[in-house]
Design a protein around this ligand. Structure first.
Ligand SMILES: [Fe+2]
Length: 186
């Protein structure tokens, strides 16, 4: 029964992340991630590692699968997703971190630009690029009316952090948020 269409969300079935894997194997992606790791080597708080990106992508996917299973979401809009679109948002959402460390730019804004370039080179369609880059732009601070994917990416980003086992939670600048997401849920 494909595609799955419940209350306005359509998840196109597909197991393959072929285009995303082109990005993940590219020198530019690997170099940016390696440089972020270098900048953060003495960081006491949560780091922005491959593990964080994978956790965010997986939790974002789970959140959307849960919405579909519960058929709980309906705002009258039709949103079309594939696993690859959701994973691309997760794997690229912090790609602007390096620029933030180097120039002070907002990593969500810069990340959307860098991701847009990578996605277009990997043959994502303009519609897919728009969904992913908007979600990346929204993941840092949710706007008043976030997109469906942006809202789930924001949540997944927080839920992927192990706040439940954190010894520096009281010094964390996100401690109010951290306390909200403190219980292990995914
Ligand atoms: Fe993140």
């Amino acid at each position: 029964m494909l595609p799955l269409n419940l209350q306005g969300i359509i998840l196109l079935w597909g197991d393959r992340l072929e285009r995303l894997n082109i990005i993940l194997q590219s020198a530019i992606y690997k170099n940016i991630v390696a440089e972020i790791t270098e900048y953060e080597k003495d960081r006491e708080f949560c780091r922005h590692t491959m593990q964080h990106f994978v956790d965010t992508a997986r939790i974002c996917y789970i959140l959307i699968l849960e919405d579909i299973m519960k058929a709980a979401y309906s705002d009258g809009k039709r949103s079309i997703f594939t696993k690859e679109v959701i994973y691309a948002a997760g794997m690229l959402h912090d790609i602007g971190r390096l620029e933030q460390y180097q120039t002070g730019a907002d990593h969500a804004v810069k990340g959307a630009e860098i991701a847009g370039d990578m996605l277009s080179k990997a043959h994502f369609s303009p519609g897919e690029i728009e969904l992913i880059t908007t979600a990346i732009r929204e993941h840092r601070r949710l706007p008043e009316n976030p997109t469906y994917l942006g809202e789930r990416l924001y949540k997944a980003d927080k839920l992927s952090r192990p706040c439940y086992g954190c010894s520096v939670i009281d010094e964390c600048r996100k401690k109010d948020l951290a306390k909200e997401f403190q219980d292990l849920k995914y």
